[in-house]
Structures are given as C-alpha cells and as structure tokens.
Ligand binder design. Sequence first.
Ligand code: GDP
Ligand code: MN
Length: 390
Amino acid sequence: MDIHEYQAKEILRDAGVPVPRGGRATTPEQAGHTAAALGGAAWVVKAQVHSGGRGEAGGVTLCRSEAEVREAAAGLIGTRLVTCQTGAAGKPVDSVWVEAATEIARELYIGLVLDRTEERAMLVASAEGGMEIEELAARAPEALHRRAIDPATGLRDFEARELAFALGLTGAQVAQMVAILGACYRAWRESDATMLEINPLVVTGAGDLVALDAKMSVDGNALFRRPRIAELRDAAQEDPRERAAADHGLAYVGLDGDIGCIINGAGLAMATMDMIQLAGGAPANFLDIGGGASPERVAQAFRTVLADPNVGVVLVNIFAGINRCDWVAEGVVQACRELGLTQPVVVRLSGTNVEEGRRILRASGLPLVTADTLAEAAEAAVAARAQRAA
Ligand code: GDP
Ligand code: MN
C-alpha cells in the first residue's frame, strides 16, 4: 500500500529525520493561510498523489507570495495529475502540501527497498539525487551505492558513515547522514515498509541535510498489526478495479489482455496465466478468490472480472482442496444468470466434490465450456476468444 508524501514526512519527522515545516490544504484559501502561518518569503505547493515525477508534470510549484500559493493550489486541487508513473488517467489531487521553501545546494538520493533475493532491506544511495532512480540505474549504475542491512544488527553507524563518505559528505553532514539513515531504517522497520525513498535528500544553503521529498510503500499484509499505518490508506488513489476487489477480500491485479481469470490460489493463478500465454492468449487479470469460496464470493469475482470492458472470455480454474467444487459451480451458475453473461465461460474444476460440481454445471443448461486439465482449459479459452473475435 502506498501512502502520501505528507504522511511519509510525518512518519520520518517523528523518527528524527529533518523535514521542512509544512501543512496540508484541501482548498486554495487554506493553502494561503498555511503559507501565512508558516511565514517566510517562499513556499512550495505540492500535489498529494501516489506518484513520483510530480515535478516534471507540473505538480510542484515554487511560490513567492500568498497569492501565488493560492493560485498554485487552485490549479491543482480537484484536478487529476498525469505523471510518467500514473498512466493516462492520472491520479486525483484532493489536497496539496504547502511547505516552507528550502534553498538547495546539492540533491542526493537515499532509498530503502525490500530485496527479496537478499532477504533483507537494501539501502541505496547516490550523490545524484533529483532524477528518477530507474533512470539513474540505467544511465550510471556505478553512481548507485548499495548495502544490504543485516536484520540481526540493524544498520550500524560505521556502515552509514561509509555511505556518507561515498556521497562526498564532510564534517557535520556525516553525523547528520548517520542519524538520518538510522532514523529511516527504524521508520522502515516499524512501519513494515517495503519501500522508502527520499529523493531528493538535499544539502541546504546552510549546509544541513533535509528530506525534501518522501515516498513510502508499506506491506499490505502487515497492516493488521500496524493500525496507525492502516489508517493512512487513501482508496481514491488506487486503481478502481483493484479497490473494489480488495473491498471484497479478493486479490486482483488488472492486466492488459482479454481473458478474464477466476482462480483459487496464487500459484495456480500464475500457472494459469502462463498456460494462457503459451496457448497464444493474454490474461486480462490475476485473481485469486482464496480458500473457502462461497457461491456469493464466486459471483463477486465474476463482477470484478467483468467490470473490465476488455474481457471477452472468462476462464474459471479451481483446484478444490479447502474449496468445494459444488460451491464454486453454484457460484458460476448464479453469476452467469444474475449478470446475464454474453461472454463464453470456460470452467475447469478439480478436487473435492468435483462430480457434484460438474453435475451442477451440466444441469444448469448454460452454454459453459468445461475442461479437465489446465492445458485444455487455457486452449479452450483462447479458442473461444478467437471464435468470438472472428
Ligand atoms: P517528485 O517530482 O514527485 O519526485 O517531487 P519532489 O518532491 O521530488 O519535487 C520535485 C523537485 O522540485 C525536486 O527535485 C526539487 O528540485 C524541487 N523542489 C521541491 N521542493 C523544493 C524546495 O523547497 N526548494 C526548491 N528550490 N526546489 C524544490
Ligand atoms: Mn522526488
């Protein structure tokens, strides 16, 4: 789950990372008042959306008067911001973050990511901040310094110092960097984060280190033990297809193809998507309906999959261990009737109560295509799609 910059900055500030003073505003007037309350002569108005690349997309404006702050906020709030990361639809800007402007001498990059191969947090730092990290990794990989953090010891001061030296920091900045990296790692652990990025971490005109930007993603599966983090969810920023699925407890990821998939178990879902591709088709989604799939849940899965207008065929693939094929079959029949399905539906059932499941499908009189194996099901779905397109 992603969180907003203003939320990430609050977490970092509480952990001891220096961040500029600022306030969130949902109206231009409030943005003006916030600037006045902060004082000073320059402010930055920043669109709060779950995306980077806001600067280049016009989502970050440097302002020199309260009137300019109001104007910048009015130009953002209520619009959708399209960045290089959001896709053409963009993300809604419901609020802006108004911050006392910082004078920048140098822009650095620091990030913490979950490295699944190393099974640890990976600290990444670069003296070339400001630009997107993917771009830097492609253009000048040697400019990235990486260090895996041993979970038993946490980040040790000497490791942080080495990184500070590698970035060309000197004097008091080294101690500041050690404190910042330590605080970031603590915040990362205590939020069950999967990604934390400060880009840029700047050296100010006065020579101090300050986090000008903050991006953070947390592990959705750990939210149950992080109630304060769970509250930071902003559903308006999420893909509407994935949001509706998550609200019903379905694990759904939208893809670009046209074969809608309803499957139990993440592994079987991945295998099914591979088989569809092998048969020459393209999946419209990943969807894991999970263990005990009641008929209602299966019907909900159909609704979720069919909300995607690209779906031309639906493939249901259930291996019932905990599940029961008869429940799934009832759900398929119920969904086909309720939703007045016009797309062909291919069903492969296997496991507990499979005979009863097949009987229910046959007895329904619906034009369902049934298959016995995964390969047959994938081929049948691709064939049904080709027939429909012709
Ligand atoms: P992003 O484009 O979504 O990553 O948003 P950032 O928060 O990183 O802002 C984009 C750019 O705006 C930064 O890389 C800075 O160069 C610039 N910027 C942000 N805040 C300030 C500020 O307080 N002062 C100045 N001079 N520039 C700023
Ligand atoms: Mn940034």
